[in-house]
Design a protein around this ligand. Structure first.
Ligand code: ZN
Length: 1015
């Protein structure tokens, strides 16, 4: 094992590992190209390796669409028919692999010798559904569903406004369950165990010791005993030779078989529903994720679906079967979510498959105490000596009881071989627009105050660095050198060739220069109050910031209030208001590649850029947003920010800024998603850059970001009963530790279309389709994307009707799992990203699209299909009890004005906004006990807060609203809406089931779908 070299801090190229140089010299065009593949060599223990890319190079960063189709991938050949699902194969970000033909090592999950070149999406196999000719006569399989799903609650999120939080979430940087592993190393103990075979040996004589035929075994859960003990009850399996009992987890193959046949079926899940007759399928409680049809012993170990879920919880065993179902196959991830409980393991040996580098997980099989079989590539691996000791039980010889094998979500402290340089310090650079426009909004005051308040809460340690740049038509730097009496401002007016006026003291140690930093934050808001400078040199300011951060990496927070007008990256207004309502949005694509290129530069230097856009005017977010998208940053948008005119937006900004400043952060991160051999990931959605086949480069990772990937079935999974997916996120914590967070998801493989449908996860499907539709809007047009969404429903329900249902009933027949599919797609069509016929501003639409791509599924669904509650009659019946708080849980209502009544009050939770509509005849009790007014006319025209009254009614609704807010990382503004309020239109616009001027009602939509399905 060669340890990669450690470049000098600052990423100087001199320290590059020899291997990388060799790889560059091996004929690649890309001399500075991605070296990750070399690092991924199975001979090198670094896998989620460091990006050792040379500074300032991005010539290898070729946009996915310029990849040439690869010949010789004949298995991809398919029908040329343009199928409706195929049009979803938007660019996302397809993986990039350098065209080195002789590349000896594939970092991908495939153990096969041929690295697969990812195809351009247009060539993708998943994009080519087979003609659904084959009718499945009475495909009545026994779909053993287990809808009762209990997983250990790791759930509750942090509250983004901490003072209201009752359950402070634990940062992942804190070891709640930290196991300091000590290898027992006692030779006398070791000698007492059965000598294990080498993997090679096991390969040749697979049946000798385990009684299975290898390698065609189904994966997972074969923690069975050696043949001598076969037949004994699982709980009493012991190795007689060992000093400690080798008690098997009761997850033998016999259990697996049982799960496939003998489970009691939940009748509800098997229902076929005629949506035209049963129009209200919306559950009154939040829709739960589909539960994989697995034996409960497996399922209870499975990954929490809030972190990791699949669109199909039953994986079709062939691509042909997947094509027939016309449903998208993909994963949705929220990998860095704040967790209340997270097992953290410190061990000198992180046990991984020698072949595919999968981390050991609950779904591997132990052939015996000394060998485990990988559930992704099926290689048999040795159990390292250290792993034989279980620090939790202090028992030797129980490798299958180690926390790594008991937890689908786990974090490892990475040993030194996971680093190519010392972990970077936390570095925070703030870049402020101080033009006249910016000063007008008054935002600078808010930011500086918030920073002052939270300076000590910035995640970090004694190495934390901070710096500030301001800009208008020139760029201003601030020297914060320790010992200075006050901050020193340096102005650079040459924006054509930006340079850093002094290399040091612009990014300073926060502890050492704290007083100067505080000084600066106190004076900054006043410094520009008289400015007449209207120009904005954002591009040059970003270039300067990039130069400043290049040596270390870190987080750049950019605050911008207008369209950039000067220097590189200057933009022109291109929104045409009279085109807003048409489906032909022509400006969804960036007008320049400046921001993308700079983002890729940033990514290469481990810099992520977060953009806060506070602008009432068109600012071309389609172009600006690229700076965050490709550098793994986030976009925040406050369209009508003004410190006096829009106090509620100021409140939102402050709350969200506080969360932003204090939330957990991971630096210089990479994420890899592996899946069982036979499956292949081909398109990624989210904010990052795909560095090699399946390695996502994330200069920063934050707990509020979601990701999605699309998959296809490349090789038949006919002999496979279970497949697994594993995401591994390697990052540097703000305390300077290298950590790896691993999530593993296990799902069954099925052979019939009916089973595929029964296991469909409608929320995950809708979320993935939304991501695909964003890509489609950008690469083709909004109307194409809308058509594609509708066709997704028509195609899958047609497939269900023609291939699953045995008798052709009239109506619109859907499997229970997809009963909300038409509703959610209709909701997507009315979502800000994809709606037509409204006056949605272009930047607002683009922002909604950014959110689709970057938000975890749970928030995306709430934004798409809000939750409606009646709240004038809240009771404690069925209320949640959290600590000493009682949180009412009113039933969720359909989104239709039919559900409203004038004598009530209704709260709509649309994710980032809460709307409380008060009916004209609302009871006096509610008006006085909750709103604190004597009659309806006294409700203020603009009301964004509920008074805290000493009444049970007030306490209930405030508890409910606080609880809703606590559960998300952004701050939803509350609007109280009277009948004649201007906000009423927004409220009604979210009534997804109702007809609007330009959109069908739910029933009309169902009729349309039915017509197409029954064609
Ligand atoms: Zn493996």
């Amino acid at each position: 094992m060669s340890q990669p070299g450690i470049p000098a801090s600052g990423g100087a190229p001199t320290g590059l590992p020899a291997q990388n140089r060799a790889s560059s010299a091996s004929g690649s065009l890309y001399t500075n190209g991605p070296v990750q593949n070399a690092l991924m060599s199975s001979q090198v223990s670094v896998n989620e390796g460091y990006n050792s890319q040379l500074p300032g190079s991005y010539p290898h960063l070729i946009p996915a669409k310029t990849l040439n189709p690869v010949s010789g991938q004949s298995n991809y050949g398919g029908s040329q028919n343009v199928s409706p699902l195929s049009i979803y194969q938007g660019p996302g970000q397809t993986p990039y692999r350098p065209p080195v033909a002789s590349n000896p090592v594939t970092p991908s999950l495939h153990s096969g010798p041929v690295p697969r070149m990812p195809l351009p999406t247009s060539q993708n196999p998943a994009a080519t559904p087979m003609p659904s000719g084959s009718f499945l006569p009475g495909a009545i399989v026994q779909p053993p569903l287990n809808w009762q799903y209990n997983y250990p609650s790791t759930g509750s999120q942090t509250n983004h406004c901490p003072r209201a939080s009752s359950q402070p979430a634990v940062s992942g940087n804190t070891n709640l369950t930290s196991h300091q592993y000590v290898s027992s190393g006692d030779p006398s103990l070791q000698n007492n165990f059965i000598k294990s075979a080498t993997p090679q040996h096991a390969n040749k004589n697979p049946t000798m010791s385990v009684g299975y035929s290898y390698p065609s075994l189904p994966p997972g859960y074969q923690n069975t005993a050696p043949p001598s003990t076969t037949g004994m009850p699982p709980s009493s399996l012991n190795y007689s030779s060992g000093p400690q009992g080798f008690t098997q987890t009761p997850l033998g193959a016999n259990h697996l078989t049982a799960s496939m046949s003998g489970l009691s079926l939940h009748p509800e899940g098997l229902r076929v529903i005629n949506l035209l007759q049963e129009r209200n399928m919306l559950p009154a409680t939040p829709l739960q994720p589909s539960v994989p049809n697995l034996h409960e012993d497996i399922q209870k170990l499975n990954c929490n679906p809030e972190l990791f879920r699949c669109t199909l919880t039953s994986i079709p065993q062939t691509q042909a079967l997947l094509n027939k179902a016309k449903l998208p196959l993909g994963l949705l991830l929220h990998p860095f979510k704040d967790l209340v409980q997270l097992p953290v393991v410190t061990s000198s040996t992180i046990v991984r498959c020698r072949s595919c580098r999968t981390y050991i997980n609950p779904f591997v099989s132990f052939l015996d105490q000394r060998r485990w079989k990988c559930n992704l590539c099926y290689r048999v691996n040795d159990v390292p000596e250290e792993f034989m000791y279980n620090p939790l039980t202090r028992v030797y010889g129980e490798p299958h009881r180690r926390p790594e094998v008991q937890n689908a979500t786990i974090e490892f402290m990475a040993p030194s071989e996971y680093m190519l340089r010392p972990p970077q310090p936390p570095v925070y650079l703030f870049v402020f627009d101080v033009s006249h426009n910016a000063v007008e909004t008054g935002y600078l005051n808010s930011v500086c105050q918030s920073l002052l308040d939270n300076l000590d809460l910035l995640p970090g340690n004694t190495r934390t660095k901070i710096g500030f740049i301001t800009f208008d038509s020139t760029i201003h730097f601030y020297s914060l050198q320790e010992g200075l009496a006050q901050p020193q401002m340096l102005i650079v007016s040459d924006i054509e060739d930006v340079f850093i006026p002094m290399p040091e003291n612009l990014l300073v140690n926060l502890n050492e220069s704290k007083e100067l930093v505080q000084d600066l934050l106190k004076t900054l808001p006043q410094m520009f109050t008289k400015t007449l400078e209207t120009q904005s040199a954002l591009g040059p300011a970003l270039q300067a910031a990039f130069k400043l951060m290049s040596p270390t990496g870190g987080r750049m927070s950019v605050f911008q209030t207008q369209l950039p007008t000067l220097g590189m990256g200057a933009l022109r207004p291109r929104e045409e208001p009279n085109q807003r309502s048409s489906a032909k949005e022509i400006h969804l694509t960036p007008s320049t590649d400046f921001y993308k290129k700079l983002a890729l530069d940033c990514s290469g230097q481990q810099v992520a850029v977060d953009l806060f856009l506070l602008s009432g005017q068109y600012s071309d977010l389609a172009s600006l947003g690229c700076i965050s998208r490709y550098s793994a940053g986030s976009v925040y948008y406050y369209p009508s920010y003004h410190h006096q005119q829009n106090p509620v937006q100021v409140q939102k900004f402050q709350k969200e800024l506080q969360r932003y400043l204090t939330r957990k952060i991971g630096f210089e991160a990479v994420m890899r998603i592996r899946c069982t051999k036979g499956l292949s990931i081909h398109t990624f959605h989210g904010n990052f850059f795909v560095r090699s086949t399946d390695l996502l480069s994330l200069p920063n990772v934050n707990p509020d970001a979601g990701y999605a990937v699309q998959m296809s079935v490349e090789e038949n999974l006919t002999d496979t009963q279970l497949v697994s997916f594993q995401s591994a996120l390697l990052y540097t914590s703000s305390k300077g530790e290298r950590r790896i967070r691993v999530h593993t998801l296990c799902l069954p493989v099925v052979s019939t279309l009916n089973e595929v449908f029964l296991g469909a996860d409608v929320q995950a499907i809708s979320g993935l389709l939304a991501n695909m539709a964003v890509d489609r809007s950008v690469t083709a047009s909004l109307s194409d994307a809308r058509d594609a969404l509708v066709n997704a429903v028509i195609d899958s329900l047609s497939a269900y009707r023609s291939s699953v249902l045995s008798n052709q009933q009239p109506g619109l027949m859907v499997p229970f799992s997809l009963r909300l599919f038409p509703l959610f797609v209709l909701a997507l069509l009315k979502q800000k990203s994809f709606q037509t016929g409204t006056n949605a501003r272009l930047d607002e639409r683009i922002f909604a699209m950014c959110q689709v791509k970057n938000q975890p599924l749970v928030y995306l669904m709430l934004t798409t299909h809000p939750s409606l509650y009646r709240v004038d009659n809240l009771s404690d019946e069925g209320a949640l009890s959290i600590n000493d708080r009682t949180i009412p849980q009113p039933p969720i209502l359909q989104l239709s004005v039919e559900k409203l009544s004038r004598d009530g009050a209704f709260l709509m939770d649309a994710g980032s906004v809460l709307m409380l509509w008060v009916g004209k005849n609302c009871g006096q009790n509610f008006l006085s006990q909750v709103l604190g007014v004597q009659n309806y006319a006294l409700i203020p025209q603009i009301m964004t807060d509920l008074p805290e009254l000493e009444t049970p009614e007030s306490a209930r609704i405030i508890a409910f609203i606080s609880w809703l807010r606590e559960q998300r990382p952004f701050f939803p503004i509350l609007y109280v809406i009277r009948d004649e309020s201007p906000m009423k239109a927004n409220f009604l616009q979210n009534m997804v089931e109702d007809r609007t001027e330009s959109a069908l009602s739910y029933y009309e939509f169902l009729l349309h779908i039915q017509q197409q399905v029954n064609k």
